[in-house]
Design a protein around this ligand. Structure first.
Ligand code: AMP
Length: 174
């Protein structure tokens, strides 16, 4: 058996980025390590391999890196959720509160068929606002949320409480 990599050690902490007081979890140090990246994608895909996932939906931009790879592994489709104004066809939107102000995310309105089994993937769970907003969008489109998966969960921020009604999984808890 090949030794498992401690993925937590592959993530770099950057203090005061992008603004003072934020401890940014930099995943580029994990991504540049081929074995660590493969182990991450394999572990996420393994968790959902029996869940009959139709489509993996991931959130711009870092969510795309893991979401697309997991979709490929599961033989599922991939749905990009993007910042406002980036998608070319007709979209459906969700606007949600951030610490200061609001943000809007969009997906194509024909991305999900009613009743499809959807796995949401993002790199990191902080306050849970982003994932909760996107989960609401999936439900509005008639999708069934089979799971919400993160590489990293910042436990102290209690984002999991906003996602109580969904099955949430995180590979690394910090
Ligand atoms: P939230 O909506 O508060 O759960 O924030 C989640 C989103 O913000 C994710 O898409 C992350 O990429 C990003 N994010 C929030 N906090 C951090 C952090 N400390 N380090 C890296 N990314 C973060």
């Amino acid at each position: 058996m090949i030794a498992e990599i401690d993925l937590k050690k592959c993530i770099r902490d950057i203090a005061d980025f992008p603004k003072p007081g934020i401890l940014f979890k930099d995943i580029t140090t994990l991504l540049k390590d081929g074995k660590a990246f493969a182990q991450t994608v394999d572990a996420l895909a393994q968790k959902y391999k029996n869940e009959k996932i139709d489509k993996v939906l991931a959130i711009e931009a870092r969510g795309f890196i893991f979401g697309a790879a997991v979709a490929y592994k599961l033989g599922a489709g991939f749905i990009p959720v993007r910042k406002k104004g980036k998608l070319p066809a007709k979209t459906t939107s969700v606007t949600y509160s951030l610490e200061y102000g609001t943000d809007t995310l969009q997906m194509h309105e024909d991305a999900i068929k009613s009743g499809e089994n959807i796995l949401i993937v993002d790199d990191l769970l902080a306050t849970g606002g982003t994932a909760n907003a996107v989960a609401g969008l999936v439900k509005k489109m008639g999708g069934k949320i089979a799971g919400i998966a993160f590489l990293i969960e910042l436990v102290d921020l209690k984002g999991i409480e906003k996602l109580k009604e969904y099955p949430v999984y995180s590979l690394i808890k910090c």
